[in-house]
Design a protein around this ligand. Sequence first.
Ligand code: CAA
Length: 380
Amino acid sequence: MDFTLSEEQLMIQEAARDFAQNELLPGIIERDDAQEFPAEQVKKMAELGFLGMMVDSKYGGSGLDTLSYVLVMEELSKVDASSSVIVSVNNSLVCWGLETFGTEEQKQKYLTKLATGEIIGAFCLSEPEAGSDATSQKTTAIDKGDHYILNGTKNWITNGNSAEVYLVIAQTNVEKRHKGINALIVEKGMKGFEIGPKENKLGIRGSDTHSLLFNDVKVPKENRIAEDGFGFKFAMKTLAGGRIGIAAQALGIAAGAYELALKYSKERKAFGTEISNHQAIAFKLADMHTKIQAARHLVYKAAWDKDNGNNYDISGAMAKLYAAETAMEVAVEAVQIHGGNGFVKDYHVERLMRDAKITQIYEGTSEIQKIVISRGILKV
Ligand code: CAA
């Protein structure tokens, strides 16, 4: 395994780094305060090809590998995790799922617009009573011959209001449990589909998170993804790749917080010298750097597994688990190193600390990752 980046990967990484500094950083504190969706920034990321990174160019994507996607996620997340989650959901959960399991008609109709970023998508699995326990879907999609009738509520949906296309997981046959679940493509504006109020969140405040309400929504059969009853497997397989994207997000948050703390520690003086000269601070930096490097290796390895046709259920879950825990620990330490300034918004680390928390929760909590990993290793 050689993680030396190719010329192309280095260029992509640099493009994402420049974009984050020049386009995401300005106004970030205000957007976070106001919970403002970064619409302009999303448009520019679409122009850079960041919204359909791994999609084949014949569907309008950038045709890149997973490692390139991870590099972009890492750089964007160093500055703005609200923007990077939009990128992650569109790439991993929506475009990948449609390209891998959709029909040619679905790809032509939806993927071509999603991959170019002309529109963005949402992935709708979580429900008020089915977050971690994803097989307990209460949303129903009743088979009516040439269409389904969709009823139910989805919660905490990223891109909830800004999306145009929603991949909705719903139960068609309760007796078959997870084998009776389907994944349906729902369009904004379909009769009976309502977007609930926006959530007021601790972190990633720029991303729009909503509940969604489906009341007798008529969804044509041609909008079902793959065969009848494949919806739960679709969700699990899609999430397995999604976890690599969120792992990269967590890695970026950790690296961003660390870089700010390192810089601050070399500038701030206390007890007659720069605080980096105090072992209490230097040891913190050593721990932070070590954990970030370990997380980076896990994240790149999971991407490498995906790019090389290996199973990435366990490596993706390990990357997500470790990177998310690292993001939280490192961001807390970055605030501590900044002292009183760390508690103030202008120094950015308090936002990264708030943003870090969600990486331990969405696309499967840290506890869910441990279920996936332990089942995987016990089976071997
Ligand atoms: N690939 C393919 N199939 C899989 C799979 C995978 N990675 N993981 C599970 N399955 C299959 C199993 O093989 C099984 O099928 P069979 O009966 O045919 O063998 C079926 O799915 C059910 O699996 P389990 O018995 O393992 O199901 P479980 O009830 O024990 O739950 C779980 C497993 C891993 C805990 C799962 O429920 C889970 O991942 N929960 C977390 C859900 C989650 O991540 N939600 C995040 C929402 S999306 C989000 O957060 C997006 C965002 O906003 C950013």
